[in-house]
Design a protein around this ligand. Structure first.
Ligand SMILES: NC(=O)c1ccc[n+]([C@@H]2O[C@H](COP(=O)([O-])OP(=O)(O)OC[C@H]3O[C@@H](n4cnc5c(N)ncnc54)[C@H](O)[C@@H]3O)[C@@H](O)[C@H]2O)c1
Length: 254
């Protein structure tokens, strides 16, 4: 069955690859993004199957504009993918304004768009939040992004309960995904970047696209409120100095 799919952040990267896959399946795709140049060109190349809504999801006005424009299409939404995200550092480099900006795009937008579109979700709709393994582990100075993605994981199970019987809500937590290509083609990285992953390579958008297609398939409606980690096994590695080729080599303190 052909679907109507809304993808935030669909002008670039993973969201764009997902939009292309959905278009190939014959679906109607609505892309919501701040990148006007890439979004408009994408729409021109796929009119009338792709509708581009240019807006800034970091502001209440921008989020309201997105909801209104989606409603104005007159379409019921079968799949709603909250994929747009930004990162702006943490304790070392971000101020409160930066922190709020990250929360606005990565966490408040998924809440507000879902709330605004509740009456427009088709029966059995699928809401999919693109989180990150940074919801569960960190490098220094990543507080804003990590907090937003941790919040998105919690928002996922909370919304799954509120929307029970109406829509399923799940999240995908990608690890390192190289967005240079929409396929599994080898990307331009050194061997260790790939080999450190138990799966032997960095991820590609195709890895995430397949999971979105799986979660949005109504045959899989018993999966609800879950977060699926797709990271080539990186978050499952036990790492100790001088075990299994790992060594601790801290940057010298200045
Ligand atoms: N690429 C990775 O390694 C990776 C890893 C883990 C999680 N993720 C998650 O996957 C998703 C996609 O990542 P990506 O690498 O394709 O990112 P990307 O930066 O290539 O694409 C993000 C899109 O969001 C849009 N966007 C940013 N701010 C916006 C705003 N204020 N309003 C509307 N649109 C806005 C951008 O214009 C862009 O098109 C994100 O949620 C990201 O957190 C990515």
């Amino acid at each position: 069955m052909k679907k109507t799919v809304v993808i935030t952040g669909g002008a670039n990267g993973i969201g764009r690859c997902l939009a292309q896959a959905m278009l190939q399946d014959g679906d109607k795709v609505i892309v919501v993004d701040i990148d006007e140049t890439r979004g408009c060109a994408f729409e021109r190349a796929h009119t009338p199957d792709l509708v581009f809504i240019h807006t800034d999801l970091s502001t209440p006005e921008g989020r309201a504009k997105a909801v209104k424009a989606i409603k104005d299409t007159g379409l019921m939404v079968d799949v709603l993918v909250h994929n747009a995200a930004i990162g702006k550092g943490g304790l070392l480099t971000a101020d409160e304004h930066d922190f709020m900006d990250v929360l606005a795009v990565n966490l408040i937008a998924p809440f507000s768009l879902t709330k605004g579109l509740m009456g427009r979700l088709s029966s059995g709709a699928s809401v999919i939040n693109i989180a990150s393994t940074r919801a569960f582990q960190s490098q220094p100075d990543g507080e804003a992004y990590a907090a937003s993605k941790g919040g998105l994981v919690a928002l996922t199970h909370a919304m799954a309960m509120t929307l029970a019987g109406k829509a399923r809500v799940n999240a995908i937590a990608p690890g390192w995904i190289d967005t240079a290509s929409c396929t599994h083609e080898a990307v331009d990285h050194e061997g260790p970047d790939h080999r450190q992953h138990p799966s032997g390579r960095i991820g590609s958008p195709a890895d995430i696209v397949k999971a979105v297609l799986y979660l949005s398939d109504s045959d899989n409606r018993f999966i609800n409120g879950q977060t699926i980690v797709i990271d080539g096994g990186m978050t499952r590695q036990m790492i100790y100095h001088q075990d299994h080729g790992w060594s601790y080599d801290p940057e010298p303190k200045s």
